[in-house]
Design a protein. Structure first.
Length: 382
């Protein structure tokens, strides 16, 4: 089952890492490996959401999502999109940006370094909004309760996450951006650039969130109609069968999944700029990581159950928040990509360990009482 589901991912991983060694040696190997882990960790909850919706779609639309969707996710968002970001920020044509990346690495590095404040502000705001919207949402399952409980109460204030993000942007523009790092060790005032780019990142997040919300409403309407059909079947004595979405409903779900996937791949691409500015390594790492996300989605669908490690989603979002802060700091200061990558890995590992402890505590509680009534009361250990 594992080999059948993840076979292509394993093969592409081997090819990607080999290409990294040939391209830049063992240092490039390490960067690509970190980017793979980053992409998988940031997109884990995306795979879970995809699997939950994909099980309701018929076989045809499942195949469309896992074929056409892979092309959009891997080649569109992970390979083409980084080129577009660099081209826009450095005011280059896409072909020229690719040509510089492959044939004039020094010049390309200078352009990317000079454009980094705008990239960091844009991406930092986008990532920060993802983290804030997650942390301000009230949840039944909490990981770091001493942080999440009070913040969930504060989250009832409308537009609080937007206000905090704008305050962070303003402070960053007045501090880090006034001495923004440029190539050659120079520091220049980029306050206006950072403000404009940060607001653009915020707007992008709100647009993506609005589209996702629209398609999510479509999903809820379809689920309500499905429930009504099941109730009618029960009343009439007919056999109740699982309704697989097809036609227009499935098409809307496909669009919804693509919007979700685009939003998660976008934070992976933006976060990758905190690891490296090398577009070749970025494409290799994110492309391999995206294949694992798709394989994980297929695995969850075929198994018929979602993963039981409930704090991994929390760990991924804390990693997103950490990347947002790091990106804003890198407007002025250089931070080694190894530190950036390890922050995410440590947070994901910590959340996984907490999930394992929780599962053991639940199993012990059930064994001792013979009842699962107290499941929600079992502490996370954090």
């Amino acid at each position: 089952m594992i080999l059948k589901t993840f076979g292509w991912s394993f093969a592409i991983t081997a090819l990607g890492l080999a290409a990294a060694v040939l391209y830049g040696g063992w240092e490039a190997f390490g960067i690509v490996a970190i980017l793979c882990v980053l992409e998988i960790s940031l997109s884990f909850d995306n795979a879970v959401v995809n699997a939950g919706i994909l099980t309701k779609m018929n076989a045809f639309w499942q195949k469309i999502f896992l074929t056409v969707g892979v092309l959009i996710a891997v080649f569109g968002m992970r390979l083409v999109f980084p080129v577009v970001i660099v081209a826009i920020s450095a005011k280059l044509g896409p072909i020229e940006a690719v040509d510089l990346a492959l044939n004039d690495a020094d010049k390309y590095q200078e352009l990317v370094t000079d454009a980094h404040p705008s990239i960091a502000a844009f991406g930092g705001m986008f990532l920060l909004m993802i983290f804030l919207d997650f942390i301000f949402e009230e949840r039944d399952i909490q990981w770091l309760r001493w942080i999440e409980r009070p913040l969930a109460k504060l989250g009832k204030v409308d537009m609080l996450s937007v206000c905090i993000a704008l305050v962070v942007l303003l402070v960053s523009a007045m501090t880090f951006a006034t001495h923004a790092h440029q190539h050659g060790g120079l520091h220049v005032d980029k306050a206006q650039t950072v403000l404009i780019s940060g607001i653009a990142g915020l707007i992008t997040y709100l647009v993506v969130g609005g589209l996702s919300g629209y398609f999510e409403n479509k999903l809820e309407e379809d689920e309500e109609r499905e429930h009504e059909a099941e109730e009618e079947a029960k009343r009439s004595g007919k056999k109740v069968s699982a309704v697989r979405l097809a036609g227009k409903a499935a098409f809307f779900m496909f669009l919804y999944l693509e919007v979700l996937d685009a939003s998660f791949s976008f934070d992976g691409v933006i976060g990758a700029f905190a690891i490296t500015n090398d577009i070749v390594l970025m494409a290799l790492g994110l492309g391999v990581g995206a294949m694992y996300v798709r394989s994980l989605t297929v695995y969850l669908v075929r198994q018929g159950t979602l993963d039981d490690y409930v704090f991994l989603e929390h760990g991924a979002h804390y990693a997103i928040g950490a990347l947002a802060v790091i990106l804003m700091i890198t407007i002025q200061y250089e931070i080694h990509e190894l530190i950036t990558g390890l922050v995410g890995i440590v947070l994901i590992g910590w959340s996984f360990w907490s999930s394992v402890r929780r599962n053991k505590a639940l199993a012990a509680a059930e064994g001792g009482s013979g009842s699962s009534e107290d499941k929600t009361e079992v502490p996370s250990g954090v």
